[in-house]
Write a protein that binds this ligand. Structure first.
Ligand code: ADP
Ligand code: MG
Ligand code: ZN
Length: 494
Protein backbone atom coordinates (compact mmCIF):
# COMPACT_ATOMS: atom_id res chain seq x y z
CA UNK A 1 0.00 0.00 0.00
CA UNK A 2 1.42 3.34 -0.92
CA UNK A 3 0.77 6.37 1.21
CA UNK A 4 -1.21 8.01 -1.58
CA UNK A 5 -3.84 5.28 -1.55
CA UNK A 6 -4.60 5.71 2.14
CA UNK A 7 -7.89 7.47 2.75
CA UNK A 8 -9.17 8.98 5.97
CA UNK A 9 -11.64 6.11 6.50
CA UNK A 10 -8.94 3.49 6.20
CA UNK A 11 -7.23 4.48 9.44
CA UNK A 12 -8.29 3.49 12.92
CA UNK A 13 -7.31 5.47 15.98
CA UNK A 14 -6.21 3.46 19.02
CA UNK A 15 -5.77 5.00 22.45
CA UNK A 16 -4.80 3.62 25.85
CA UNK A 17 -4.49 5.61 29.05
CA UNK A 18 -2.32 5.68 32.12
CA UNK A 19 -4.20 7.75 34.69
CA UNK A 20 -2.49 8.90 37.88
CA UNK A 21 -4.94 9.49 40.66
CA UNK A 22 -3.97 11.27 43.85
CA UNK A 23 -5.49 9.46 46.81
CA UNK A 24 -7.11 11.53 49.54
CA UNK A 25 -5.16 10.34 52.56
CA UNK A 26 -4.09 12.57 55.42
CA UNK A 27 -0.47 11.48 55.29
CA UNK A 28 1.96 10.42 52.60
CA UNK A 29 2.25 6.85 51.39
CA UNK A 30 5.49 5.87 53.17
CA UNK A 31 5.88 8.44 55.95
CA UNK A 32 3.77 10.51 58.33
CA UNK A 33 4.13 13.87 56.54
CA UNK A 34 0.82 15.60 55.81
CA UNK A 35 -0.52 15.66 52.25
CA UNK A 36 -2.35 18.95 52.84
CA UNK A 37 -0.94 21.71 50.62
CA UNK A 38 1.74 23.58 52.58
CA UNK A 39 2.21 27.33 52.74
CA UNK A 40 5.85 27.16 51.81
CA UNK A 41 8.01 24.85 49.69
CA UNK A 42 9.76 21.94 51.44
CA UNK A 43 7.68 22.24 54.59
CA UNK A 44 5.97 18.83 54.63
CA UNK A 45 9.10 16.73 54.44
CA UNK A 46 11.05 14.23 56.56
CA UNK A 47 14.03 11.90 56.08
CA UNK A 48 11.82 9.27 54.38
CA UNK A 49 10.29 11.45 51.66
CA UNK A 50 13.58 13.30 51.21
CA UNK A 51 15.27 9.96 50.61
CA UNK A 52 17.93 10.45 53.26
CA UNK A 53 20.26 7.51 53.90
CA UNK A 54 18.92 4.92 56.32
CA UNK A 55 15.32 6.20 56.33
CA UNK A 56 12.84 3.37 55.91
CA UNK A 57 9.36 3.44 54.34
CA UNK A 58 6.26 2.35 56.25
CA UNK A 59 3.20 1.69 54.10
CA UNK A 60 0.11 3.85 54.76
CA UNK A 61 -2.87 1.58 55.40
CA UNK A 62 -5.31 4.24 54.18
CA UNK A 63 -3.69 4.27 50.74
CA UNK A 64 -4.03 0.49 50.50
CA UNK A 65 -7.69 0.71 51.53
CA UNK A 66 -8.31 3.31 48.85
CA UNK A 67 -6.67 1.09 46.24
CA UNK A 68 -8.84 -1.85 47.31
CA UNK A 69 -11.95 0.31 47.01
CA UNK A 70 -10.92 1.32 43.50
CA UNK A 71 -10.28 -2.34 42.68
CA UNK A 72 -13.73 -3.23 43.88
CA UNK A 73 -15.37 -0.43 41.92
CA UNK A 74 -13.71 -1.51 38.66
CA UNK A 75 -14.38 -5.16 39.39
CA UNK A 76 -10.69 -6.04 39.44
CA UNK A 77 -8.91 -8.99 41.01
CA UNK A 78 -7.01 -8.27 44.21
CA UNK A 79 -4.32 -10.96 44.23
CA UNK A 80 -3.36 -12.99 47.30
CA UNK A 81 -0.05 -11.25 47.34
CA UNK A 82 1.07 -7.95 45.90
CA UNK A 83 4.52 -6.36 45.99
CA UNK A 84 6.45 -3.13 45.61
CA UNK A 85 9.34 -2.51 43.24
CA UNK A 86 11.89 0.23 42.74
CA UNK A 87 11.80 2.02 39.41
CA UNK A 88 15.23 3.51 39.01
CA UNK A 89 15.97 6.78 37.32
CA UNK A 90 17.62 10.06 38.14
CA UNK A 91 15.63 13.24 38.23
CA UNK A 92 15.94 16.17 40.65
CA UNK A 93 12.36 15.74 41.91
CA UNK A 94 13.19 12.17 42.95
CA UNK A 95 15.76 12.35 45.74
CA UNK A 96 16.15 8.58 46.26
CA UNK A 97 16.92 8.10 42.56
CA UNK A 98 14.15 5.55 42.45
CA UNK A 99 10.39 5.65 42.73
CA UNK A 100 8.66 3.05 44.87
CA UNK A 101 5.95 1.62 42.67
CA UNK A 102 4.45 -1.73 41.75
CA UNK A 103 5.64 -3.72 38.77
CA UNK A 104 4.56 -7.24 37.91
CA UNK A 105 2.36 -7.81 40.97
CA UNK A 106 0.02 -4.81 41.15
CA UNK A 107 -2.71 -4.57 43.76
CA UNK A 108 -5.50 -4.60 41.11
CA UNK A 109 -5.59 -6.51 37.85
CA UNK A 110 -8.13 -7.14 35.10
CA UNK A 111 -10.86 -4.65 35.85
CA UNK A 112 -13.28 -2.76 33.66
CA UNK A 113 -15.38 0.34 33.58
CA UNK A 114 -18.54 0.86 31.58
CA UNK A 115 -18.94 4.21 29.88
CA UNK A 116 -21.72 5.83 27.88
CA UNK A 117 -20.35 7.53 24.79
CA UNK A 118 -22.94 9.53 22.89
CA UNK A 119 -25.66 7.10 23.82
CA UNK A 120 -23.60 3.95 23.21
CA UNK A 121 -22.35 1.82 26.06
CA UNK A 122 -18.72 0.82 25.97
CA UNK A 123 -16.77 -1.37 28.32
CA UNK A 124 -13.18 -0.26 28.75
CA UNK A 125 -10.84 -2.96 30.04
CA UNK A 126 -8.50 -1.89 32.82
CA UNK A 127 -5.29 -3.87 32.72
CA UNK A 128 -4.07 -2.90 36.15
CA UNK A 129 -4.14 -0.35 38.90
CA UNK A 130 -1.12 -0.05 41.15
CA UNK A 131 0.06 1.99 44.10
CA UNK A 132 3.04 4.30 43.87
CA UNK A 133 4.54 7.45 45.32
CA UNK A 134 4.48 10.82 43.60
CA UNK A 135 7.80 12.62 43.06
CA UNK A 136 8.33 16.22 44.15
CA UNK A 137 7.62 19.15 41.88
CA UNK A 138 9.89 21.42 39.91
CA UNK A 139 9.46 25.10 39.36
CA UNK A 140 11.22 26.42 36.29
CA UNK A 141 12.17 30.04 36.85
CA UNK A 142 12.43 32.53 34.02
CA UNK A 143 11.08 30.25 31.32
CA UNK A 144 9.68 26.83 30.54
CA UNK A 145 11.33 23.46 31.00
CA UNK A 146 13.82 24.05 28.17
CA UNK A 147 14.44 27.78 28.52
CA UNK A 148 14.41 28.44 32.29
CA UNK A 149 17.35 30.22 33.93
CA UNK A 150 17.25 27.81 36.83
CA UNK A 151 14.88 25.38 38.49
CA UNK A 152 13.63 25.17 42.06
CA UNK A 153 12.59 21.91 43.62
CA UNK A 154 9.85 21.40 46.17
CA UNK A 155 9.49 18.04 47.94
CA UNK A 156 6.16 18.76 49.60
CA UNK A 157 4.47 16.53 47.06
CA UNK A 158 7.14 13.79 47.19
CA UNK A 159 5.57 10.66 48.64
CA UNK A 160 1.96 11.61 47.97
CA UNK A 161 0.03 8.38 47.40
CA UNK A 162 -1.07 7.68 43.85
CA UNK A 163 -2.92 4.93 42.12
CA UNK A 164 -1.97 4.53 38.48
CA UNK A 165 -4.79 3.08 36.42
CA UNK A 166 -3.75 1.55 33.11
CA UNK A 167 -6.43 0.86 30.52
CA UNK A 168 -6.24 -1.51 27.60
CA UNK A 169 -5.95 0.23 24.22
CA UNK A 170 -9.74 0.16 23.96
CA UNK A 171 -10.50 3.74 22.93
CA UNK A 172 -11.17 4.58 19.30
CA UNK A 173 -11.22 8.34 19.60
CA UNK A 174 -10.64 11.36 21.87
CA UNK A 175 -14.35 11.74 22.74
CA UNK A 176 -14.44 8.27 24.27
CA UNK A 177 -11.46 9.20 26.39
CA UNK A 178 -13.20 12.27 27.71
CA UNK A 179 -16.33 10.29 28.59
CA UNK A 180 -14.22 7.65 30.33
CA UNK A 181 -12.34 10.21 32.41
CA UNK A 182 -15.59 11.85 33.49
CA UNK A 183 -17.03 8.50 34.53
CA UNK A 184 -13.82 7.47 36.29
CA UNK A 185 -13.67 10.72 38.20
CA UNK A 186 -17.27 10.33 39.34
CA UNK A 187 -16.56 6.81 40.54
CA UNK A 188 -13.45 7.92 42.43
CA UNK A 189 -15.34 10.76 44.09
CA UNK A 190 -18.16 8.43 45.10
CA UNK A 191 -15.59 6.19 46.72
CA UNK A 192 -14.34 9.16 48.71
CA UNK A 193 -10.74 8.45 47.71
CA UNK A 194 -10.24 11.42 45.42
CA UNK A 195 -10.80 15.16 45.24
CA UNK A 196 -11.13 16.53 41.72
CA UNK A 197 -10.77 20.10 43.01
CA UNK A 198 -7.27 19.47 44.25
CA UNK A 199 -4.55 20.78 41.98
CA UNK A 200 -2.86 18.05 39.97
CA UNK A 201 -5.05 15.32 41.45
CA UNK A 202 -5.58 13.70 38.05
CA UNK A 203 -2.69 13.37 35.61
CA UNK A 204 -2.97 11.50 32.39
CA UNK A 205 -0.49 9.92 30.00
CA UNK A 206 -2.23 9.04 26.78
CA UNK A 207 -0.88 6.56 24.21
CA UNK A 208 -2.10 6.90 20.67
CA UNK A 209 -1.41 4.99 17.48
CA UNK A 210 -3.04 4.80 14.08
CA UNK A 211 -3.70 1.40 12.59
CA UNK A 212 -4.76 0.71 8.99
CA UNK A 213 -8.29 -0.67 8.80
CA UNK A 214 -7.17 -3.83 7.01
CA UNK A 215 -5.00 -4.80 9.98
CA UNK A 216 -8.02 -4.91 12.24
CA UNK A 217 -10.20 -8.02 12.51
CA UNK A 218 -13.53 -8.06 10.71
CA UNK A 219 -15.53 -7.19 13.83
CA UNK A 220 -13.49 -4.10 14.58
CA UNK A 221 -11.25 -5.66 17.22
CA UNK A 222 -7.52 -5.29 16.87
CA UNK A 223 -5.16 -8.19 17.50
CA UNK A 224 -2.20 -7.99 19.85
CA UNK A 225 0.20 -8.26 16.94
CA UNK A 226 -1.17 -5.19 15.19
CA UNK A 227 -1.23 -3.27 18.46
CA UNK A 228 2.37 -4.10 19.18
CA UNK A 229 3.51 -3.41 15.64
CA UNK A 230 1.97 0.06 15.60
CA UNK A 231 4.26 2.95 16.44
CA UNK A 232 2.62 4.89 19.23
CA UNK A 233 3.32 8.12 20.99
CA UNK A 234 2.82 8.71 24.69
CA UNK A 235 1.52 12.19 25.42
CA UNK A 236 2.38 13.46 28.89
CA UNK A 237 1.35 16.47 30.95
CA UNK A 238 -2.41 16.16 30.51
CA UNK A 239 -4.36 17.21 33.58
CA UNK A 240 -8.03 17.51 32.57
CA UNK A 241 -10.75 15.76 30.59
CA UNK A 242 -10.92 18.57 28.12
CA UNK A 243 -7.12 18.69 27.88
CA UNK A 244 -7.10 14.95 27.13
CA UNK A 245 -9.64 15.32 24.36
CA UNK A 246 -7.80 18.26 22.80
CA UNK A 247 -4.33 16.74 23.09
CA UNK A 248 -5.52 13.48 21.55
CA UNK A 249 -7.44 15.19 18.75
CA UNK A 250 -4.25 17.07 17.90
CA UNK A 251 -2.15 13.93 18.08
CA UNK A 252 -4.64 11.94 16.00
CA UNK A 253 -4.52 14.53 13.22
CA UNK A 254 -0.75 14.84 13.40
CA UNK A 255 -0.21 11.09 13.05
CA UNK A 256 -2.81 10.67 10.31
CA UNK A 257 -1.22 13.49 8.35
CA UNK A 258 2.20 11.91 8.70
CA UNK A 259 0.88 8.57 7.45
CA UNK A 260 -0.95 10.18 4.54
CA UNK A 261 2.24 11.89 3.50
CA UNK A 262 4.00 8.53 3.60
CA UNK A 263 6.06 9.31 6.67
CA UNK A 264 6.50 6.95 9.58
CA UNK A 265 5.23 7.98 13.02
CA UNK A 266 8.09 8.02 15.51
CA UNK A 267 7.66 6.00 18.67
CA UNK A 268 8.27 8.72 21.23
CA UNK A 269 7.18 10.59 24.31
CA UNK A 270 5.50 13.91 23.62
CA UNK A 271 4.54 16.80 25.85
CA UNK A 272 1.07 18.43 25.70
CA UNK A 273 1.55 22.19 25.59
CA UNK A 274 -1.81 23.36 26.88
CA UNK A 275 -1.33 27.04 26.11
CA UNK A 276 -0.27 26.43 22.52
CA UNK A 277 -2.68 23.55 21.99
CA UNK A 278 -0.04 21.27 20.47
CA UNK A 279 2.05 18.24 21.41
CA UNK A 280 5.82 18.55 21.16
CA UNK A 281 8.46 15.82 21.02
CA UNK A 282 10.28 15.28 24.34
CA UNK A 283 12.38 12.18 23.90
CA UNK A 284 12.34 8.80 22.28
CA UNK A 285 10.13 6.51 24.34
CA UNK A 286 11.95 4.87 27.20
CA UNK A 287 11.76 1.08 27.42
CA UNK A 288 10.97 -0.90 30.51
CA UNK A 289 14.49 -2.29 30.72
CA UNK A 290 15.81 1.24 31.14
CA UNK A 291 14.36 1.38 34.62
CA UNK A 292 16.13 -1.62 36.13
CA UNK A 293 13.09 -2.58 38.18
CA UNK A 294 13.92 -4.63 41.24
CA UNK A 295 12.05 -5.62 44.35
CA UNK A 296 11.72 -3.07 47.15
CA UNK A 297 13.38 -5.02 49.95
CA UNK A 298 12.39 -2.45 52.60
CA UNK A 299 8.69 -3.33 52.22
CA UNK A 300 7.30 -6.81 52.79
CA UNK A 301 4.80 -8.34 50.36
CA UNK A 302 1.24 -7.24 51.00
CA UNK A 303 -1.64 -9.68 51.51
CA UNK A 304 -4.94 -7.85 51.41
CA UNK A 305 -7.18 -9.85 49.04
CA UNK A 306 -9.65 -10.46 51.91
CA UNK A 307 -10.15 -6.70 52.29
CA UNK A 308 -12.19 -6.77 49.13
CA UNK A 309 -15.00 -8.48 51.03
CA UNK A 310 -14.48 -6.45 54.21
CA UNK A 311 -14.32 -2.88 52.93
CA UNK A 312 -17.70 -1.55 51.81
CA UNK A 313 -18.13 0.80 48.87
CA UNK A 314 -21.20 2.93 48.13
CA UNK A 315 -23.59 2.43 45.24
CA UNK A 316 -21.70 3.69 42.19
CA UNK A 317 -22.83 6.45 39.83
CA UNK A 318 -24.02 4.24 36.97
CA UNK A 319 -26.08 1.98 39.22
CA UNK A 320 -27.49 4.98 40.99
CA UNK A 321 -28.34 6.72 37.72
CA UNK A 322 -30.27 3.66 36.59
CA UNK A 323 -32.03 3.30 39.93
CA UNK A 324 -33.06 6.98 39.90
CA UNK A 325 -34.68 6.48 36.52
CA UNK A 326 -36.58 3.40 37.65
CA UNK A 327 -37.43 4.40 41.21
CA UNK A 328 -38.23 8.09 40.75
CA UNK A 329 -39.25 8.06 37.09
CA UNK A 330 -36.57 10.55 36.13
CA UNK A 331 -35.33 11.15 32.60
CA UNK A 332 -31.83 9.97 31.83
CA UNK A 333 -30.68 13.57 31.69
CA UNK A 334 -32.11 14.44 35.07
CA UNK A 335 -30.77 11.24 36.60
CA UNK A 336 -27.30 12.05 35.22
CA UNK A 337 -27.35 15.53 36.67
CA UNK A 338 -28.59 14.29 40.01
CA UNK A 339 -25.91 11.64 40.32
CA UNK A 340 -23.02 13.79 39.14
CA UNK A 341 -21.65 13.78 42.66
CA UNK A 342 -22.52 11.61 45.61
CA UNK A 343 -23.40 14.68 47.60
CA UNK A 344 -25.95 15.88 45.05
CA UNK A 345 -27.42 12.39 44.78
CA UNK A 346 -27.70 12.01 48.56
CA UNK A 347 -29.32 15.41 48.83
CA UNK A 348 -31.77 14.63 46.05
CA UNK A 349 -32.86 11.42 47.76
CA UNK A 350 -33.27 13.26 51.03
CA UNK A 351 -35.55 15.88 49.45
CA UNK A 352 -37.39 13.39 47.21
CA UNK A 353 -38.15 11.23 50.24
CA UNK A 354 -39.46 14.14 52.29
CA UNK A 355 -41.63 15.80 49.62
CA UNK A 356 -42.09 14.73 46.04
CA UNK A 357 -39.54 13.20 43.61
CA UNK A 358 -40.51 15.45 40.70
CA UNK A 359 -40.48 18.62 42.76
CA UNK A 360 -37.16 17.55 44.26
CA UNK A 361 -35.72 16.84 40.80
CA UNK A 362 -36.80 20.22 39.47
CA UNK A 363 -35.41 22.00 42.50
CA UNK A 364 -32.13 20.17 42.86
CA UNK A 365 -31.23 19.53 39.21
CA UNK A 366 -32.58 22.68 37.59
CA UNK A 367 -32.97 25.46 40.12
CA UNK A 368 -30.21 24.76 42.64
CA UNK A 369 -27.56 23.43 40.25
CA UNK A 370 -28.52 26.07 37.69
CA UNK A 371 -28.19 28.98 40.11
CA UNK A 372 -24.92 27.53 41.47
CA UNK A 373 -23.55 27.07 38.00
CA UNK A 374 -24.47 30.64 37.12
CA UNK A 375 -22.37 31.80 40.08
CA UNK A 376 -19.47 29.48 39.26
CA UNK A 377 -20.18 27.57 42.43
CA UNK A 378 -20.41 23.86 43.18
CA UNK A 379 -22.53 21.96 45.68
CA UNK A 380 -19.46 21.68 47.88
CA UNK A 381 -19.66 25.46 48.33
CA UNK A 382 -23.09 25.15 49.96
CA UNK A 383 -22.68 21.78 51.64
CA UNK A 384 -23.43 23.15 55.09
CA UNK A 385 -26.54 24.94 53.80
CA UNK A 386 -28.34 22.02 52.21
CA UNK A 387 -30.77 21.91 55.12
CA UNK A 388 -31.77 25.47 54.17
CA UNK A 389 -32.33 24.47 50.58
CA UNK A 390 -34.46 21.59 51.81
CA UNK A 391 -36.47 24.06 53.91
CA UNK A 392 -37.00 26.17 50.81
CA UNK A 393 -38.41 23.17 48.95
CA UNK A 394 -40.63 22.52 51.95
CA UNK A 395 -42.01 26.07 51.83
CA UNK A 396 -42.84 25.44 48.23
CA UNK A 397 -44.23 21.94 48.75
CA UNK A 398 -46.57 23.18 51.46
CA UNK A 399 -47.57 26.08 49.21
CA UNK A 400 -46.46 28.72 51.65
CA UNK A 401 -44.68 30.63 48.90
CA UNK A 402 -45.06 30.77 45.14
CA UNK A 403 -42.61 29.01 42.80
CA UNK A 404 -41.69 32.34 41.28
CA UNK A 405 -40.78 33.84 44.65
CA UNK A 406 -39.01 30.66 45.74
CA UNK A 407 -36.67 30.93 42.83
CA UNK A 408 -36.33 34.60 42.11
CA UNK A 409 -36.30 35.96 45.63
CA UNK A 410 -35.52 33.23 48.14
CA UNK A 411 -33.00 30.98 46.39
CA UNK A 412 -31.14 33.88 44.83
CA UNK A 413 -31.14 35.75 48.13
CA UNK A 414 -29.81 32.70 49.91
CA UNK A 415 -26.91 32.37 47.49
CA UNK A 416 -26.13 36.05 47.09
CA UNK A 417 -26.61 37.31 50.65
CA UNK A 418 -26.26 34.15 52.69
CA UNK A 419 -29.64 34.52 54.41
CA UNK A 420 -31.80 31.55 55.34
CA UNK A 421 -35.16 31.04 53.59
CA UNK A 422 -37.45 31.87 56.53
CA UNK A 423 -35.63 35.15 57.12
CA UNK A 424 -36.06 36.09 53.49
CA UNK A 425 -39.73 35.09 53.41
CA UNK A 426 -40.43 37.23 56.51
CA UNK A 427 -38.38 40.18 55.41
CA UNK A 428 -39.81 40.30 51.90
CA UNK A 429 -43.27 39.40 53.12
CA UNK A 430 -43.51 36.51 50.68
CA UNK A 431 -45.94 34.32 52.58
CA UNK A 432 -48.84 33.51 50.28
CA UNK A 433 -51.64 35.90 51.21
CA UNK A 434 -55.38 35.69 50.91
CA UNK A 435 -55.04 37.88 47.87
CA UNK A 436 -52.82 35.31 46.18
CA UNK A 437 -55.47 32.72 46.90
CA UNK A 438 -58.32 34.79 45.51
CA UNK A 439 -56.27 35.56 42.42
CA UNK A 440 -55.55 31.85 42.04
CA UNK A 441 -59.27 31.06 42.34
CA UNK A 442 -60.08 33.68 39.71
CA UNK A 443 -57.64 32.10 37.26
CA UNK A 444 -59.05 28.65 37.95
CA UNK A 445 -62.64 29.77 37.50
CA UNK A 446 -61.76 31.25 34.11
CA UNK A 447 -59.83 28.16 33.11
CA UNK A 448 -62.57 25.76 34.14
CA UNK A 449 -65.54 27.61 32.60
CA UNK A 450 -64.79 28.42 28.99
CA UNK A 451 -68.51 28.64 28.15
CA UNK A 452 -69.16 31.40 30.67
CA UNK A 453 -66.03 33.20 29.45
CA UNK A 454 -67.25 33.00 25.88
CA UNK A 455 -70.68 34.32 26.89
CA UNK A 456 -69.06 37.23 28.71
CA UNK A 457 -66.86 38.02 25.73
CA UNK A 458 -69.78 37.95 23.34
CA UNK A 459 -71.45 40.67 25.40
CA UNK A 460 -73.52 38.74 27.92
CA UNK A 461 -72.65 40.82 30.94
CA UNK A 462 -74.57 38.49 33.26
CA UNK A 463 -72.07 35.66 32.70
CA UNK A 464 -69.72 37.41 35.12
CA UNK A 465 -72.05 36.66 37.99
CA UNK A 466 -71.70 32.96 37.37
CA UNK A 467 -67.92 33.27 37.51
CA UNK A 468 -68.06 35.35 40.71
CA UNK A 469 -70.11 32.56 42.23
CA UNK A 470 -67.51 30.01 41.24
CA UNK A 471 -64.75 32.03 42.86
CA UNK A 472 -66.78 32.52 46.04
CA UNK A 473 -67.23 28.76 46.22
CA UNK A 474 -63.51 28.11 45.75
CA UNK A 475 -62.53 30.56 48.48
CA UNK A 476 -65.12 29.25 50.90
CA UNK A 477 -66.94 32.55 50.78
CA UNK A 478 -64.06 34.46 52.37
CA UNK A 479 -63.50 36.77 49.39
CA UNK A 480 -65.23 40.07 48.85
CA UNK A 481 -67.65 39.65 45.87
CA UNK A 482 -67.00 43.21 44.67
CA UNK A 483 -63.23 42.62 44.59
CA UNK A 484 -63.75 39.30 42.84
CA UNK A 485 -65.86 41.00 40.21
CA UNK A 486 -63.08 43.54 39.59
CA UNK A 487 -60.37 40.88 39.45
CA UNK A 488 -62.39 38.80 36.99
CA UNK A 489 -63.02 41.77 34.71
CA UNK A 490 -59.35 42.68 34.80
CA UNK A 491 -58.33 39.15 33.78
CA UNK A 492 -60.98 38.81 31.09
CA UNK A 493 -60.21 42.13 29.52
CA UNK A 494 -56.48 41.43 29.19
P1 ADP B 1 4.67 0.64 28.25
O1 ADP B 1 5.31 -0.35 29.13
O2 ADP B 1 5.45 0.98 27.05
O3 ADP B 1 4.17 1.84 28.98
P2 ADP B 1 2.22 -0.86 28.25
O4 ADP B 1 2.03 -2.16 27.54
O5 ADP B 1 2.34 -0.87 29.71
O6 ADP B 1 3.45 -0.14 27.59
O7 ADP B 1 1.03 0.06 27.82
C1 ADP B 1 0.95 1.36 28.24
C2 ADP B 1 -0.29 1.97 27.65
O8 ADP B 1 -0.21 1.96 26.23
C3 ADP B 1 -1.56 1.24 28.00
O9 ADP B 1 -2.51 2.20 28.42
C4 ADP B 1 -1.99 0.60 26.71
O10 ADP B 1 -3.39 0.55 26.60
C5 ADP B 1 -1.43 1.54 25.69
N1 ADP B 1 -1.19 0.93 24.37
C6 ADP B 1 -0.65 -0.26 24.10
N2 ADP B 1 -0.60 -0.46 22.77
C7 ADP B 1 -1.13 0.65 22.19
C8 ADP B 1 -1.33 1.07 20.83
N3 ADP B 1 -0.99 0.33 19.78
N4 ADP B 1 -1.89 2.28 20.64
C9 ADP B 1 -2.22 3.06 21.66
N5 ADP B 1 -2.05 2.72 22.94
C10 ADP B 1 -1.50 1.54 23.21
MG1 MG C 1 3.96 3.20 30.58
ZN1 ZN D 1 7.90 12.56 54.88
Amino acid sequence: MTAQTVQEGDLVTVIGLEVHVQLETETKIFCGCPTEPAERPNENVCPVCLGLPGALPVLNEGAVEAAVKIGKAIDADIPEETRFHRKNYYYPDLPKNFQITQYDEPICADGELEVAVEGDRRTVAIERAHLEEDPGSLQHVGGSIDTAEYTLVDYNRAGTPLVEIVTAPDFRGPKEVRAFLAELEEVLEYLGVFDAERDGSLRIDANLSIIPQEETDGDGTIGTEALEAANRTEVKNISSHKGAEKALAYEETRQKNAIRRGREVEQETRHWDESRGITVSMRSKEAEKDYRYFEEADLPPLRVSHWKAEIPIPELPRARRERFQGEYGLSEEAASKLTSTKQVADFYEDVAGAFDPDLAAAWVADELLGELNYRDMAVTDVEDRLAEVKRLVELLATEEITAKNAKEVVLRGMLDDGDDPDTIVDREDLGKTDEDEVQQAVLEAIEENPDAVEDYESGEGGAINFLVGQVMQKTGGSADPGDVNGLLRAELEE
